[in-house]
Design a protein around this ligand. Sequence first.
Ligand SMILES: [Zn+2]
Length: 220
Amino acid sequence: MPAENAPLIITEPIHSLTRELIECGRDFHRRGWSLGTSSNYSAVIERGPLTLLMTGSGFDKGRLEADQFVMVDGEAQALDEAFSKPSAEALLHTVLAKHGAGAVLHTHSVAATVLSEHFVKDGGLRITGYEMLKGLAGVTTHESEAWIEIYPNTQDIAALARVIDARLRDPARPLRHGFLMAGHGLYTWGETTAAARRQVEVLEFLFEVVTQKRLLFGAF
Ligand SMILES: [Zn+2]
């Protein structure tokens, strides 16, 4: 690890992960899903011990630079004080990584914000009947609906991380696809940054469809 105040020397694998996450930020910002300093992204660098590269707290996601990332351990602690401060939500990333996610992407779109605020009373949002559902990881061609769980927004990220951990372990109906925090945004993941990015694109498309449909045709 770099000595205190020493510049972070990025090795090639980390460099490519950094590049992928910077590209996610540019793209998501352009589409209105990661405006200002909202959102955070991470990718697993190694699993033994678990080490994640993640966006530091408070940086504009449309203009991320390589020195605005932080490496954290499995407990979401920065590996060196020389790094930026990790996001307050880092524990959500580490719990998902422990369950196999290679990358975790969190966005704050208007559609996800509005829908999650409205449907939190139901505990989730059921999306039915759209071709785009087949774009979600693990969805078979016979499945025609997805259930996206919604949790109340909270500042107690450690408590939410324990809930997510339990939901991922649930043998009967484990958490799938991603989850929403009410009035806040989406968390989703994939084995790679590219896979997680596809999940964001599919889910944000579906949230937009549901929102537009309600606007055009009212409640349904
Ligand atoms: Zn957030």
